[in-house]
Design a protein around this ligand. Sequence first.
Ligand code: NAD
Length: 306
Amino acid sequence: MTIRFDDRVVIVTGAGNGLGRSHALQFAERGAKVVVNDFGGAADGTGGSSEPAEKVVAEIAAAGGEALAHGADVTNVAQVDDMIAKAIEKWGRIDILVNNAGILRDASFQKTSPEDFEAVVRVHLLGSAICAHAVWPHMKEAGFGRIILTASTSGVYGNFGQSGYGAAKTAMIGLMNVLTIEGAKYGIHVNTLIPGAATRMTEDLLPPAIREVMQPSAVSPLVLFMASDDGPSRAILAAGSGGYARTYILETEGIYLPPEEQTPDAIAARFDELSDKSTLHEYEDGSGEFMKFVGKAAAHLGVKLG
Ligand code: NAD
């Protein structure tokens, strides 16, 4: 095994079931000390029990690994702070955070109550931000950190009945982009996972034959790669059924319209041209994108930039 996590401390949220459990087991197998976080509720986020996290800790211990169970609700700042404090107390460091905890409350948009929409956004988006915020000072001080955010095809491409979920999942990419920029000088890498696996979350969504080939254990190796010392940063990586791929956010070169031509009709007339996929380009930050437009306008208007 070349990629190892000896002396690394990993927090995996929502690790009592499904994908998180699989990530935790594979990290432990490669030497990591693992905080198995799970509040232990139902797939819709109701209820709560310490049993799922404790069971995974027992599995890790039985295989000769080291782990600690913590039942923090990732949306609760005080509980997350307590989890970080317990990990630091036991192992003195936190190297890797895998934000995996999640819930589903599927319903068509019209039938989704504001409460359900908020509950889903709260766990996925705020929960991820709260955990990242809590580990950030420790990673910054150590000059090393790996944060993995869990998105979904539901956000990137859309799935019926998952408006709040899809919105929260795509927000992971926004969070990753900014944290990557802010964390670069401290050795903090941030990446986003788009997983696909047969878990209780997808129980009602996938037919049995499909579920058979979608094992969570096939997704975790990608998470371990992202968390490794030489792993990437700012990558959106997808995994499912043994398939692995990379997702990019790209923008066309577009067109420039001088002030007297800046009309909806001119845009309509050149919509195919501004949509031309052969000119797709990736930007490293927001200013790279808007400077493309500023550059063209300045050239046309004869304005000298800087
Ligand atoms: P799962 O229901 O098996 O596991 C999710 C775990 O998160 C549960 O153990 C649950 O108790 C825990 N959790 C929920 N809310 C929590 C909270 N507030 N605090 C702490 N723990 C909490 O589901 P899964 O399929 O393993 O999902 C894991 C992650 O992967 C989720 O973020 C999910 O949205 C994402 N995802 C899964 C798939 C898939 O195909 N299974 C696809 C795309 C994204």
